[in-house]
Design a protein around this ligand. Structure first.
Ligand code: BEZ
Length: 248
């Protein structure tokens, strides 16, 4: 799915906001007791547990073994499966995904797998980064790579589609779109840009030596500070969500 390595402990510290802010998408999911639900890209399972607590039979999947271990420790059925390698056949009433789909570049493959995994009339509900998401962070990361040419070319690992682009993907696969909206959502990074980079930019710097990774973090922090940091509010990133509900 991606070359990013996930560390469950780092994730629970630096990315706790991901599950907390996933509640809007959860409201759209509107889970009912007894529903069989697949949580695609469940991460450390915090939001998956909320779905289970509605009385649903939920299964979490994630490409990271470490994240699946963390999810199982919460008492949730979970399997190491990448979102672009689904192999379920009409098993789920709904497929839910929060902040995971933008890591999967083969968007048609994942949406086709979701379609196949759903029962007739099943729902696909989710939220991912949308067009323009974290533009300031990406611009600065790319500029740092340009200033250190021996590190190689900056590669953006994420897929942040517009409403029109994602509508086409859902439509191509056969979904009926019930709701699809781009929502700017400034997001406080509770452990600053350093904590965020340590969790989410690992894949971007995985070919660098550890001293170079430290230089990268220092440079990005220094250059982003005047743009997204304020003494009063802390670090606030320019998140933009693409939230949707579609029916098979
Ligand atoms: C997001 O949720 O929008 C996101 C998280 C980590 C990296 C990139 C985007």
């Amino acid at each position: 799915m991606n070359s990013q390595n996930w560390n469950a402990k780092e994730y629970s510290i630096n990315a706790a906001f991901v599950a907390k802010l996933g509640n809007s998408a959860l409201e759209i999911l509107d889970p009912k007791p007894g529903d069989r639900i697949l949580d695609l890209g469940c991460g450390d399972g915090k939001l998956t547990l909320e779905i289970q607590n509605y009385g649903c039979h939920v299964m979490g999947i994630d490409s990271s073994e470490e994240m699946i271990d963390a999810t199982r420790k919460l008492g949730i059925e979970a399997q190491v499966i990448s979102g672009d390698n689904l192999n379920f056949d009409q098993e789920f009433d709904a497929v839910f995904s929060n902040a995971a789909l933008h890591w999967i570049l083969d968007k048609d493959k994942v949406v086709q797998g979701v379609y196949q995994a759903l029962k007739p009339n099943g729902h696909f509900v989710g939220e991912l980064g949308g067009k323009g998401n974290i533009n300031s962070v990406i611009t600065v990361m790319s500029a740092v790579f340009q200033d250190f040419p021996h590190w190689g070319k900056f590669r953006n690992p994420w897929y942040f589609p517009s409403v029109a682009e994602y509508a086409k993907v859902l439509d191509r696969v056969g979904f009926e779109i019930n709701y699809l909206e781009l929502i700017p959502r400034s997001t406080t990074l509770n452990t600053g840009i350093r904590g965020w980079l340590k969790v989410f930019a690992k894949g971007i710097t995985s070919n660098l030596k550890s001293e170079e990774q430290e230089i990268f973090i220092n440079e990005v922090e220094k250059r982003l500070q005047p743009i997204i940091f304020a003494e009063k509010d802390g670090w606030i990133a320019d998140y933009i969500r693409l939230r949707f509900k579609a029916t098979k």
